[in-house]
Design a protein around this ligand. Sequence first.
Ligand SMILES: [Mg+2]
Length: 141
Amino acid sequence: MTLFAPRLPPRFGHATFARMMHDDSATVAVLRARVLAFARERDWEQFHSPKNLSMALAAEAGELMEHFLWSDSAASATVAQAPAKREEIADELADVIIYALEFANITGIDVAAAIDAKLAKNAAKYPVEKARGRSDKYTEL
Ligand SMILES: [Mg+2]
């Protein structure tokens, strides 16, 4: 089932991806195209319903959280920097983001526009003068 069939830009071959896959050079469009190409090569789009992708994203978020389970906040910062754990943690973060990008691909949601719109809503809920330095929910400010 495909709700929205994104098109893979022809310029995005494997060599192009290899050159661009770093935070300072990859755009959201490049990342979306990269995960789309990966799924399409395997004929996995048929499994990419919003239900399945949202659940997979949550499951991967759980796998990321598992690395920090039972650690206090200070210890979790140490765990995140531990060389022995760093690759595993990066893999779980990548899984979360990959599923989020696949969700955007299958639904046609523009990630940058969605982030911009949500930050505007968050800014209204959490005005700097009320929220600065506080972790309270907006209903408690
Ligand atoms: Mg995982």
